[in-house]
Design a protein around this ligand. Structure first.
Ligand code: FE2
Ligand code: FE2
Length: 246
């Protein structure tokens, strides 16, 4: 089943479960939360609902980080070839940079910039982290522009261009591994605690609509398929080749 269908069904179940859990919480409120001294119905509404994380906006963003990670692996492979003076199909590089531009920078990061970062800034929370994340998005866009500019057969024949490309790929991978890890482990969990369950569910719908508008109904599957083809071009599609032989 396509992710879009799974997501739709999952989100529907999430929203239905939210109503059910709200009812249950209301019924248990006087015994459960009052007994724990943790607050009233307002705080109950705003508590993180970790039971339904499998259909949350955070998981959508983290799946997109999975795509990013696979492109970083493509970049790593190309860097290895550049360092060793070996050839690689230029379309693997241009395709990878295209996924970064269209899916990560113009979609995923735009979601973070439009829906997540402003809420932290308004709430005065994690301001230093959000500032760095914003700066890194901008730096990443500049690097992608330079990488795309060198993703041509002609540029790959010039030693100076290969060297610059190698360095830009290195900087991009080095920046984005800690960037996305920090979002996964700090920003996204904090975001869940910052918004109400209702708003969280509505944001999932908004993310889904944007994804459909930009990439079509099966957009995520097509992007993953595209990255898998890029891995195939470089001979790194087989996951088993990464198994440690110990
Ligand atoms: Fe980000
Ligand atoms: Fe991100």
């Amino acid at each position: 089943m396509a992710r879009t269908m799974q997501t739709k069904l999952g989100r529907r179940k999430f929203l239905e479960a939210t109503v059910r859990s709200a009812t249950t919480l209301a019924a248990l409120g006087s015994v459960g939360y009052a007994a724990q001294g943790k607050g009233d119905s307002d705080s109950s509404r705003n508590r993180p609902d970790t039971r339904h994380e499998e259909v949350s906006p955070a998981e959508d963003l983290m799946r997109e980080h999975g795509v990013l990670n696979r492109v970083l692996l493509v970049y790593d492979e190309i860097r290895g070839r550049l360092t060793a003076g070996k050839a690689f199909p230029p379309e693997a590089l241009s395709g990878a940079a295209g996924v970064i531009r269209e899916f990560i920078e113009d979609y995923h990061e735009k979601l973070e910039e439009d829906y997540l970062f402003p809420r932290f800034e308004k709430a005065g929370k994690l301001l230093d982290l959000v500032k760095v994340l914003r700066e890194q998005h901008q730096s990443g866009r500049r690097l992608t522009e330079m990488i795309k500019g060198r993703a041509t057969p002609a540029a790959m024949k010039r030693a100076a261009d290969r060297k610059r490309l190698n360095e830009h790929l290195r900087l991009f991978v080095r920046m984005y591994r800690p960037h996305e890890s920090r979002e996964d482990t700090v920003l996204f969990p904090a975001f869940r605690a910052l918004v109400s369950t209702q708003e969280y569910g509505a944001l999932g719908e908004a993310f889904e609509e944007k994804e459909h508008a930009l990439f079509g109904e099966d957009g995520f599957e097509r992007i993953v398929g595209k990255v898998a083809r890029l891995e195939g071009l470089l001979g790194i599609a087989d996951l088993g080749r990464f198994t440690a032989k110990v």
